[in-house]
Design a protein around this ligand. Structure first.
Ligand code: FES
Ligand code: FES
Length: 218
């Protein structure tokens, strides 16, 4: 029986890859270990520390960002997988004048956080779920998957169930999301929001419309 081959001396050496990530509308060229997660690329290499590392294995949602308008746990994605994609982080979710985004305003108005550690992930998740509601994507809470989903509390709780809050701010988070998605004006604004998020580049442009929805829902 032949002897086993000796281990390759460089088998644990990192494989460094050049990559370009588009984050909040700006292209960033980096050379990273191929194993670098999207979360670590954002936090450690681009210094966008708004996305939080809670569990680092897909359990808490603190790292939620939008990739081409859809919610993603950045700790579970490799950065190299997302070249050519549009990544939106909490830092990119701004109003048209660079101020507060309507989702942020709703969280403040409804006291939807305590320590705030989970909040960036919660807010990005709300941005993604508003687009999902508008697109008619069904959830586990839907009794009729062919019908347009209504933003009921059960739907909101189900759709936000991937975002944990150690402070237990869930009730107020539901209040904030209900205010954003409840009325006819809010639905129209959510439509604009969903369309903008889908482009991955112009989230802020619909902030004024969403702000009207938030003000009307208070
Ligand atoms: Fe990504 Fe917890 S840090 S899900
Ligand atoms: Fe503290 Fe959610 S506000 S963990």
């Amino acid at each position: 029986m032949p002897d086993a081959l000796p281990p390759h001396p460089d088998r644990h050496a990192p494989v460094m890859l050049p990559m370009t990530l588009t984050v909040n509308g700006t292209d960033h060229t980096l050379t990273l270990d191929a194993r670098t997660t999207l979360l670590d690329a954002l936090r450690e290499h681009l210094h966008l520390t708004g996305s939080k590392k809670g569990c680092d294995h897909g359990q808490c949602g603190a790292c939620t960002v939008l990739v081409n308008g859809q919610r993603v746990n950045a700790c579970l994605a490799l950065a190299v997988m997302h070249q050519g994609d549009h990544v939106t982080t909490i830092e990119g979710l701004l109003g048209p004048d660079g101020g507060q985004h309507p989702i942020q305003a709703a969280f403040i108005a409804h006291d939807a956080f305590q320590c705030g550690y989970c909040t960036p992930g919660q807010i990005m998740s709300v941005a993604g779920m508003l687009a999902e509601l508008q697109a008619g994507v069904p959830s586990h809470a839907a009794s009729d998957v062919a019908a347009a989903p209504a933003p009921t509390d059960a739907e909101i709780r189900e759709r936000m169930s991937g975002n944990l809050c150690r402070c237990g701010a869930y009730t107020h988070i539901v209040d904030a999301v209900r205010a954003l998605s409840g009325g006819a004006d809010a639905q129209a604004s959510a439509s604009a929001m969903g369309t903008a998020i889908a482009t991955g580049t112009q989230v802020g442009r619909t902030a004024a419309a969403m702000a009207g929805a938030v003000a009307g829902a208070r």
